[in-house]
Design a protein around this ligand. Sequence first.
Ligand code: SF4
Length: 199
Amino acid sequence: MNIIAYPIGDSLYLNLTNRCTNACTFCVRTTTDSGMGYDLWIDHEPTVAEMVADIKAKGIENYKELVLCGYGEPTERYDDMLEVVRRIKEYCPVSVRLNTNGHANLIAGSDVTYKMEGLIDIVSISLNAPDARRYNEICQCQYGEEGFYAMLDFAAKAKAYVPEVVLSVVDVMDKADIDACRKIAEEIGVKFRVRELIK
Ligand code: SF4
């Protein structure tokens, strides 16, 4: 059975798609089929109505936040994702966090960051490396090194529409690289977070 909305701690997560513009070497999609304690492979992508219904059925009003994050890149379904959030925010005033690789504008072919205004409260963007060459080695992006620059541009543009923008790295990086990534976040003017690698 496909898992759509699934709880982790006091957050409810939403699994929108298995598609992604990256193929990160560390990704739970390529290293396991049970990341985060759930098998999030889906045989079809849920409709907006199915996602809204499942989020409500799981009692979203009892969670501290809705997190847009599954086996895949949520912004592969950007407009559907935002429509789900719009309907859920009409239902209850939950905080919404988008975990993303920052490729929404590349996928859409235009700047779509403005669409997040009033819907997304936190956007957490995976930085993963301090430069484009190493980003592409790790993330194996379908856009090549352009994926790195587009991700940084997305972070900079998102600041105008989202209250909290975070660039994040996983804790397996060495200290010099983490420091270099922190500097990038400072230069863009967004928060920086070192997160634990999900195994
Ligand atoms: S961007 Fe996220 S979902 Fe996509 S391959 Fe990398 S870790 Fe996996």
